[in-house]
Design a protein around this ligand. Structure first.
Ligand code: CTP
Ligand code: MG
Length: 180
C-alpha cells in the first residue's frame, strides 16, 4: 500500500521534476522579463529565460511520453499499477513546474531577494504546486484520479528532500551557482 503510493507519486511527478533541472542546464539568453523592473526591482530576473523555460517544458513532456512506452515493464518490475500520461497531463506537469518556479521568482523579487537568493519552502514546493494545479486544469480527470490524497501526502513530504538533494549535486558538479 505505502510502496504503491511511493511508486505512483514518484512516477507521476517525474515530468514535473525534470524541467527545472533541464532549465538549469539549458538556461541562458534572453530573460523572460526582458530586463523590465517593477518598483525598482526586476520583474523576474536573469535566472528565468525563454530558452530554459522552453527546453525544460519540452524535456518534461518528452519524458512523460517516454515513460508511457515503458510503463508496463516498469510497473510489473516494481509491482505497482503505474499511471500512463495523457499528452495534456504531461504538458500540465511540465509547463506547470516551470510556471510555479517563475511565479516564485516573481515573489522573491517583490520581497527584495536578489537572483539566486534562497527562500526556504517556496524554493522546494513552487514547482510542485504549479505542476499539480496546471495538471488539474489541463487534464482534470486524469489528475484527480492519479493524485489521490495518499499520493499527494507522499509528494509533499518527499519532493522537498529530492529537490534539496539534486540541487546539492547540481551545485557540486558546477551546473548551479547555489546549492538550492
Ligand atoms: N533557468 C532558466 N529558465 C527558467 C528556470 C531556470 O533559464 N525558467 C536557468 C537559469 O540559468 C537559472 C538556473 O536555471 O540561473 C537556475 O534556476 P533557478 O535556481 O530557478 O534560478 P536563479 O538563478 O536562482 O534565480 P531565482 O532567484 O529567480 O530563482
Ligand atoms: Mg535559485
Amino acid at each position: 500500500m505505502v510502496w504503491s503510493l511511493i511508486g505512483t507519486a514518484f512516477w507521476a511527478m517525474l515530468p514535473a521534476y525534470v524541467p527545472n533541472n533541464a532549465a538549469v542546464l539549458a538556461g541562458g539568453g534572453r530573460p523572460i522579463d526582458d530586463g523590465r523592473t517593477w518598483g525598482g526591482r526586476r520583474l523576474l530576473g536573469d535566472g528565468k529565460t525563454w530558452r530554459g523555460t522552453a527546453v525544460g517544458t519540452l524535456a518534461g513532456v518528452a519524458l512523460a511520453l517516454g515513460l508511457n512506452a515503458v510503463v508496463d515493464p516498469v510497473g510489473t518490475a516494481i509491482g505497482v499499477s503505474l499511471p500512463t500520461f495523457p499528452l495534456w497531463g504531461g504538458v500540465g506537469l511540465a509547463l506547470g513546474a516551470m510556471a510555479g518556479d517563475i511565479a516564485a521568482s516573481f515573489i522573491k523579487r517583490r520581497s527584495g531577494r536578489e537572483r539566486g537568493a534562497s527562500f526556504p519552502g517556496l524554493d522546494q514546493l513552487d514547482f510542485v504546486v504549479g505542476a499539480l494545479l496546471m495538471a488539474v486544469v489541463l487534464a482534470p480527470e486524469w489528475a484527480l484520479a492519479t493524485f489521490t490524497p495518499g499520493v499527494l501526502v507522499v509528494i509533499l513530504v518527499t519532493t522537498p528532500l529530492l529537490h534539496v538533494g539534486t540541487n546539492i549535486i547540481a551545485y557540486k558538479i558546477g551546473a548551479k551557482d547555489e546549492p538550492w
